[in-house]
Design a protein around this ligand. Structure first.
Ligand code: SF4
Ligand code: SF4
Length: 289
């Protein structure tokens, strides 16, 4: 089972939920791996001990245009869905806009005179952390200056391989990195907070997941803060509320110290255990007793 922990905006508690769910799964002797897909600012490793091992470089193929061979027909520009080829017929100008290139290869196929070749460029890294000699955390990290982390995210998820449970800590927002993370998930947990900002961004995330046909539920973090509008909206929309995590200064302190709430504040362990049980029941409805 693959579950993605996501949120419409940053700072809602996605990492808090991901890392503590991982720990209760581990305590439950589940074969679990956590993948930090927030490749532009990964931080799950702060909460898990151990040195990273097996660092890999993630690369992408970048087209290179030989202007001496190019006939300036414009086919590569027309075929590129990402506007990554700057083209002017008169005066003759052509260039690859590397920040926009998605490594799809369409321009290579489009060019009939062989003016386009490819170079390999590094865009990020993958590292693995182990607990008790078993893979526990895979971290994707973009190199500074890399425009899109999507390929790094996809490679990190693929590196996780098959386990009873794979937890994906998604990047915030609803753009391509979010889509790349939730796409392979069997179930998506959206973490929000009961504030107008939280509700606004949750609504956008749910709209996106509905278009993708992804089953989902909501965890309300910092419950007790803000107002009741979020709860009313969830009821009106018929969205399942999976758990409430209270607005508690003790949780914030433990998190700020880079520690796991389920280890330091055992009174909160049942909250995450119940959340895990509810996610399992939702992702595999046929197993509900
Ligand atoms: S590889 Fe794809 S995205 Fe990149 S320039 Fe060529 S067509 Fe555009
Ligand atoms: S398809 Fe080839 S020949 Fe035509 S503009 Fe692109 S690089 Fe030049």
């Amino acid at each position: 089972m693959i579950i993605a922990i996501a949120s419409g905006k940053g700072g809602t508690g996605k990492t808090l939920v991901s890392t503590n769910l991982f720990q209760v799964s581990l305590d439950d002797r589940v074969d679990v791996v956590l993948v930090d897909c927030d490749a532009e600012e990964p931080n799950d490793a702060v909460f898990l001990p151990g040195e990273p091992k097996g660092m890999q470089t993630v690369t992408q193929q970048m087209p290179v245009i030989d202007k001496a061979v190019c006939t300036y027909c414009g086919r590569c520009h027309d075929w590129c869905s990402y506007n990554a080829i700057f083209f002017l017929r008169e005066p003759r100008r052509i260039d690859v806009l590397e920040d926009l290139c998605h490594d799809c290869g369409a321009c290579l196929a489009a060019c009939k005179v062989g003016a386009i070749t490819e170079k390999t460029v590094p865009i990020g890294t993958l590292s693995m952390r182990y607990i008790n000699k078993r893979p526990a955390l895979i971290e994707g990290r973009t190199l500074v200056g890399t425009a899109s982390p999507v390929k790094i995210i996809k490679q990190a998820i693929s590196e996780a391989g098959k386990h009873d449970l794979v937890i994906l800590d998604a990047p915030p927002g609803i753009s391509c990195p979010f889509i790349a993370t939730v796409e392979p998930a069997d179930y998506v947990v959206l973490v929000t907070e009961p504030t107008p900002f939280g509700l606004n961004d949750l609504a956008l995330s749910i709209e996106t997941l509905e278009q993708m046909g992804k089953p989902h539920g909501v965890v309300v973090n910092r419950a007790g803060l803000g107002d009741e509008a979020l709860y009313r909206w969830l009821v009106d929309k018929g969205v399942l509320q999976l758990a409430d995590i209270p607005f508690d200064r003790a949780i914030a302190s433990v998190y700020a110290e880079g520690k796991l709430v389920v280890k330091v504040l055992p009174a909160y362990k049942p909250v995450f255990q119940t959340l895990l049980d509810r996610i399992r029941a939702q992702a595999h409805p046929s197993t509900i007793a």
